[in-house]
Structures are given as C-alpha cells and as structure tokens.
Write a protein that binds this ligand. Structure first.
Ligand code: ADE
Length: 239
C-alpha cells in the first residue's frame, strides 16, 4: 500500500520539487508513495476568491482564513484519519523520532501557509500538529513540508537502497541518539591523509568501540544540548 502525502497549499507548482529527484523521486514513480495536491485558491471566498485577510486588531501581514483552510481540509479524502501537520515557526521542533512515528501512519496531510499565520479558530477546531524546522522564519510552509516529508519517506520500507544505511545514522535509536561517527572510503591515502588503521584493521570489536567513542566526542563538542539530554535520560533510567 502506498503512503499518501496530501499537501494543501496556494503554490501546488512547488511540488514535488526536490522530492521528485533521487530516492523519493524513484519511489514516487514506482508508486511507493502518492502525492495529492490541494490548491487553497480553489476554496477562496467572495468575488475576489480571497484566501487571506488582514489581521483582526491590526498588525503586519495577512492571515489565512479559517473557513478557507477548513474547506480545503474537508476536501481531502481522509478516512484513515491521517495526522494533520501545520508547519509553523510556533510549533514544536521537528525531530527524527517524529519522522519515525509518522512513517508508521498510512500518510500525512500538510497545511502549508504563506502568511503571518492561520486564524487561531481553525487551529482550535481542527487541532493540527504545529511543527517547526527550527528557530528561524521561512516565507512559507512548503519547503518545511518537503523537508519533513523527505525525512519520513526515506524511512518507508523499500525506499532506501539498503535497509542497513538507515540504522546507524545520527539521532537514530540504534546510534543511541548520538551524532554519527566519521566515515571513510577509497582511496586509502588522500592529500597525505590515511584512513585510520582501526577502520581498515579488521578488528570489529575495536572498530565498534572506536566508532562509539568518536560519536560521543563529536556529539559532546558540537551538540552539548543533545549530549546533556542523553545523559539526563541515562540517569533517569538508572534511578
Ligand atoms: N514556516 C515558516 N517558518 C517555519 C519554520 N521555521 N518551520 C516550519 N514552518 C515554517
């Protein structure tokens, strides 16, 4: 059964964009996932087919109308109660564990917004999960939806070349939530630099220990926040 990605957007031409290339592009052609685009402008209101309006009470920018967002959402065939995601800088921060959860669903619905925000009454009534890529502001939710979708699609069965390559990567449970250890490939000597002996030496136990230590060192120095969280979790478990 294919994974159903629904995108509600005023810019359907942006899709599949980069998701049409590489692994996700091949998987789309092969029918491993399906992309359904829903144009917000088809649900515009009034003589001018408006989808947005000025903020009540004043302020900059425009606000996506609740009635337009709801009509677009209601047009999506969503019998399987797919999770509804609203990419937004106000959301909780996207993570690998969210991607892993969403990859278990039969699909996802993204509502992409290009305005100052969505009328809060829509959010109260339809309870989308507001998710942010990070603490910066994009011009709209489309690129954020693509990023989140790609993170999910590569976890679906049959999409990654080798099931193994997803296993040890950064943030994954199999890698104990650490950043990845360094990788090397041929040639053995490049620019006066050799691949470390432990990597090519053939002692698997020694290599595994080296990789673990490298993953810990890189996590500690680059992501002290992540390192502290992982250690807090460990302390909780041993309590
Ligand atoms: N839309 C605008 N900024 C965003 C962000 N940081 N994450 C997700 N969606 C957004």
């Amino acid at each position: 059964m294919s994974f159903n990605a629904h995108i509600i957007t005023a810019y359907p031409d942006m899709f599949p964009g980069p998701l049409g290339a590489s692994l996700s592009g091949r998987a789309l052609k092969d029918g491993l996932w399906d992309l359904a685009l829903h144009d917000l402008r088809d649900f515009g209101q009034g003589k001018h087919n408006n989808i947005d309006d000025t903020p009540a009470g004043g302020g900059p920018g425009m606000v996506l109308r609740a009635d337009v967002a709801a009509a677009a959402l209601d047009s999506v065939d969503n019998e399987t109660a797919l999770p509804l995601i609203l990419p937004s800088p106000r959301g909780q921060v996207f993570s690998q564990s969210m991607a892993e959860d969403w990859a278990q669903a039969p699909g996802l619905v993204f509502l992409c917004n290009r305005f100052e925000g969505v009328d809060e009454r829509f959010i109260e009534a339809r309870r989308p999960l507001e998710v942010s890529l990070g603490d910066y502001v994009l011009a709209g939710g489309e690129l954020a939806a693509m990023v989140m979708l790609e993170a999910v699609l590569r976890l679906l069965p049959g999409i990654m070349g080798k099931a193994e390559s997803g296993r040890d990567e950064s943030f994954s449970a199999a890698n104990q939530g650490l950043l990845e250890y360094p990788h090397y490939t041929r040639p053995n000597m490049w620019d006066g630099r050799a691949i470390p002996d432990v990597v090519t030496g053939g002692d698997h136990e020694k290599l595994a220990a080296w990789r673990r230590a490298e993953a810990q060192a890189v996590t500690k120095s680059r992501r002290p926040d992540l390192w502290a969280r992982l250690n807090d979790k460990k302390d909780d478990k041993s309590d």
